[in-house]
Design a protein around this ligand. Structure first.
Ligand code: HAM
Length: 426
């Protein structure tokens, strides 16, 4: 019997792991630079954390949660996103009593019961940040800058950063009433999904890809044109600060996002190199009421998350490679021609690895030609072959695979020279 991994999940190994580690490394370096520290929360929470946090009428809560009852009949849910969990953790651990804003990042797997397709999985990894405890437009700008910078550092070129403001709960409610009044007379032109969104989750109609719905939306009022004075000022300030630091953005008046907790600023980063519904590499927004709703103090926050698999998929499609500096230099491959030399081999391996040289060996004895071919195909720069002669004389021969030069050294007296030769780029 051969088992498959569940639909929408994947195993990761080989090159994929190198991409994942690279992405995580670049993110962590940048988060450090922006003074974000890591938070780790559980992979599952009490269901209410998400149903209340994300919103009962949201698609995620309605259709996509992995909810189960444990042996004590408690309803638990595998986290579909990180923000609600981080907020729960911040309140529970009273982290808000420290210096605010509290700048946190997280890296971890999320679970959504979505229809799997390219770039859309049921288990996927998000890298996210949350800046807790500031309502300044400056922090919005910094968070957006961080998101943008991350993709630039990864080597992406054609990025489009969408920003929009969906107002505070007051101006949004007024706007939604107006939108519903405008949509009711043309309800017949909307698709079935949008008809069911109308009145329950009206703003999400802006997300619909159906042509007739898009036509209807062209003629309705947009939220960012109907903000209260204070929300308007906040949004103008963000745009002006983004201009100051030279980050190009598009004010997308149709941008809405699928979480009820958002207020004011929302944003998304997409790649114009992909023409697919799954082109959002990351997104986020401000949430000014969530912490209070979860029983915490009245403090505002903002954050974003990016999808790791989706980002890697696109890096590969665009031919963005992991820079050579992230790969070990002077990789050295040792070829043992007989198990009788194992002790000698272990001495060499121990010394080289202790000296910081990346080296490996296949302990299964194979033919030398095959071994050299393997080393060539796997980025090795040096090969050390240990045969009878080398073993008897306690010598080692190092071959440079690029220049085909080779030198012989005494294992007893030439250790420094061996290291220098291995490190020599040729
Ligand atoms: P989100 O837009 O739902 O936001 O997810 C962020 C990113 O996660 C997406 O842009 C996408 O790259 C990736 N993603 C989402 N769903 C999937 C999936 N099924 N398969 C693969 N990748 C996926 C959030 O989750 C918010 N919590 C972001 C946030 C943080 N807002 C404020 N703070």
């Amino acid at each position: 019997m051969i088992y498959n991994s569940p639909r929408g999940t994947e195993d990761y190994f080989g090159e994929e792991i190198k991409y994942r580690n690279f992405l995580i490394e670049v993110s962590k370096r940048l988060f450090d630079l922006f003074n974000y520290s890591e938070i780790i929360t559980p992979h599952f929470e009490h269901t209410e954390v998400f149903s209340r946090g994300i919103g009962e009428n949201s698609e995620i809560v309605n259709k996509e949660m992995y909810t189960f009852f444990d042996k004590k009949n408690r309803s638990l849910t595998l986290r579909p996103e990180g923000t609600a969990s981080v907020v729960r953790a911040v309140i529970e651990n009273k982290l808000y009593s420290e210096n605010l804003p509290l700048k946190l990042f997280y890296i971890g797997n999320m679970f959504r019961y979505e229809r799997p397709q390219k770039g859309r999985m049921r288990e996927f990894c998000q890298i996210g940040v949350e800046a807790i405890g500031s309502n300044s437009p400056s922090i919005d700008t910094e968070v957006i800058w961080l998101l943008y910078d991350l993709f630039e550092k990864l080597g992406f070129k054609n990025l489009v950063l969408y920003v929009n403001s969906i107002g505070c709960s007051r101006c949004r409610n007024d706007y939604i009433n107006m939108l519903e009044e405008q949509l009711l007379p043309v309800k017949g032109d909307l698709c079935e999904d949008c008809i069911s969104r109308l009145g329950k989750n009206t703003l999400r109609i802006f997300d619909c890809k159906v042509k007739t719905c898009r036509e209807v939306l062209k003629n309705v009022a947009k939220i960012s044109d109907n903000l209260c004075e204070s929300c308007q000022k906040h949004f103008i300030e963000i745009k002006s600060l983004l201009d100051t630091i030279g980050i190009k953005y598009v004010h997308n008046k149709n941008l809405v996002r699928g979480f009820d907790y958002y207020t004011r600023t929302i944003f998304e980063i997409i790649s114009s190199d992909i023409d697919s519904a799954q082109n959002a590499l990351g997104g986020g927004g401000r949430y000014d009421n969530l912490i209070k709703e979860f029983g915490g103090p009245e403090i505002s926050s903002i954050g974003f998350a990016i999808g790791l698999e989706r980002t890697i998929l696109l890096m590969k499609e665009l031919g963005i490679r992991i820079p050579a500096s992230c790969k070990p230099e002077n990789k050295t491959y040792i070829i043992n021609m007989d198990t009788a030399y194992d002790k000698y081999i272990f001495e060499i391996l121990k010394f080289l690895r202790d000296s910081g040289i990346y080296c490996d060996i296949n302990f299964n004895i194979r033919n030398v030609g095959k071994e050299i071919k393997f080393a060539q195909n796997n980025d090795y720069k040096n090969v050390i072959i240990i045969g009878e002669d080398e073993y008897e004389k306690k010598n080692i021969i190092i071959k440079k695979l690029l220049s085909y030069s080779q030198e012989e050294f005494s294992w007893i007296s030439d250790k420094e020279k061996i290291l220098n030769f291995l490190k020599k780029m040729e």
